[in-house]
Design a protein around this ligand. Structure first.
Ligand SMILES: [Cu+2]
Length: 474
């Protein structure tokens, strides 16, 4: 296995950067050596050693696949195979992917590049790769049975086409659909413009990741591939918070985030502290006249979105899916909502039968992040992540945009937590709480009832203990 340091450090670069003149006819006939990745860390951007220059992307908890230039053709070698993916520290999943990881490596090319992709199948069943969003000859489109025979186990197929339009794309199998994508087979593809493009601004930092989801029973490691909607792990690049790298930027950087969705539901991706513009989709750059500002972009199934903004507010800004269940990790489903329910009497009776019975969530579910719960081995904590002010009650599709004025250009190292200037953090009010002013119309219907009203039903609200007793409680 080639480690990240190995191929980014330049020692191995020669193997991929062989110039056309250096490639003998024998070597041309040979497969490019597959580059494997064993780490789930975010690799540094891969500066193109050959071909047209471009500003490379940073794949969250991923990497870009090096290529071999062969007589003007960029040659890549993808290996479809079972992988072990660390989804969060201490939690490993048995997935299928490419070149040692799920998702597979990001492919980066330049508009107009001729690309040759060798795909070796090390799975136990047929596979293929569809190059989502590419203009290409029909026979290169990768739909098993329709455009090509499936790639049998142990065999290698060759795809070749010109990357005709710049943009944000992905790749995935079109073979045993439900199984192979549910097992994590997918990857990102970026085609950079070959020259200044009127609709594609140059940016300082360019991040990309795929939205994916798994259903892995606590204590096990293999996804249940029959699950259609009820997933328990909502991930970015097969990672869950707190395992997702922060997006580290320098203040006033122009930032692009590219997101693709290969789950079975939509994800409203939400950024705090800034507004962004959707500047492109997998259909291409968005005309300037059709752009509008957003802080949440809904990425539907099978779609890709390219978000551009200027990171001009310092701080640690949450960046997450806005579906609240998607910022949670593996939890037991069918857990009743116990908020406001006083189970102290019930507990006394149950503990006589089950001595270590534990009641959860009387104040909400966040209690559980602070609780030391016995969990089966290889289980993602339900919600985890420790911030500077305590537990962050989120997991899953969540990360942090870290904007720092003293971050060096091109430096992606985590600067740690933001140090808030004095007097800029929400603080406790310690004065008296006045009685609430009530509107006279409170509780009245908008229209008079047609028939005499039933006596009103009294709803009792139980406030959490330890609040300001006597003010608004019952
Ligand atoms: Cu979501």
């Amino acid at each position: 296995m080639v480690s990240r340091r190995n191929f980014l450090g330049g020692t191995a670069t020669g193997a991929f950067a062989a110039t056309a003149s250096a490639v003998s006819p024998v070597a041309m006939a040979a497969l490019p050596e597959p580059v494997m990745q064993s780490s789930a860390d975010t690799a540094a951007p891969l500066l193109p050693p050959t071909g047209r220059p471009y500003n490379p992307v940073v794949t969250l908890n991923g990497w870009t696949l090096p290529w071999r230039m062969n007589q003007g053709v960029k040659e890549f070698h993808l290996v479809a195979e079972p992988v072990v993916r660390e989804m969060a520290p201490g939690f490993k999943a048995h997935l299928w992917g490419y070149n040692g990881q799920s998702p597979g490596p990001t492919i980066e090319v330049v508009e107009g590049d001729r690309v040759r992709l060798f795909v070796t199948n090390k799975l136990g069943e047929l596979t293929s790769i569809h190059w989502h969003g590419q203009r290409l000859p029909n026979g290169m489109d990768g739909v098993t049975g329709l455009n090509q025979p499936g790639i049998p186990p142990g065999k290698t197929f060759v795809y070749e086409f010109v990357a005709r339009r710049p943009g944000t794309f992905m790749y995935h199998p079109h073979a045993d659909e439900m199984v192979q994508m549910a097992m994590g087979m997918m990857g990102f593809w970026v085609t950079h413009p070959k020259q200044k493009h009127p609709l594609i601004d140059e940016v300082d930092r360019d991040f990309c990741f795929l939205l994916n989801a798994y259903d892995i029973e606590p204590g096990s490691a293999t996804p249940k591939i029959m699950t259609m909607l009820d997933f328990n792990l909502w991930s970015w690049n097969s990672r869950i918070f707190p395992g997702i790298s922060p997006l580290v930027v320098r203040k006033n950087d122009r930032v692009r985030i590219r997101v693709g969705n290969l789950t079975m539901t939509n994800h409203p991706i939400h950024l705090h502290g800034h507004e962004f513009t959707i500047t492109g989709t997998d259909g291409g750059p968005v005309p300037k006249s059709a752009r509008w500002p957003e802080i949440t972009a809904d990425v539907a199934v099978g779609q890709m979105r390219q978000l551009d903004f200027i990171a001009d507010e310092e701080g640690d800004w949450a960046f997450h899916c806005h579906k609240s269940h998607h910022t949670m990790n593996a939890m037991g489903h069918g857990v009743p909502t116990m908020i406001g329910v006083d189970h102290s009497q019930v507990v006394r009776q149950i503990t006589q039968l089950i001595p270590d019975y534990m009641v959860m969530g009387e104040r909400g579910m966040k209690d559980m992040t602070e609780m030391e719960m016995p969990l089966p081995d290889n289980t993602a904590p339900m919600m985890a992540g420790q911030g500077p002010y305590g537990a962050v009650g989120m997991g899953g599709m969540f990360s942090v945009l870290k904007v720092r004025s003293d971050q060096k250009r091109g430096d992606y190292t985590d600067p740690g937590w933001y140090r808030h200037p004095p007097g800029t953090v929400a603080f406790e009010y310690t004065g008296n709480l006045p009685d609430p002013a009530r509107l006279r119309a409170e509780g009245q219907p908008a229209m008079p009832p047609a028939a005499p009203m039933q006596p009103p039903v009294e709803v009792k609200v139980r406030k959490p203990p330890g609040g300001h007793g006597g003010h608004g409680g019952h």
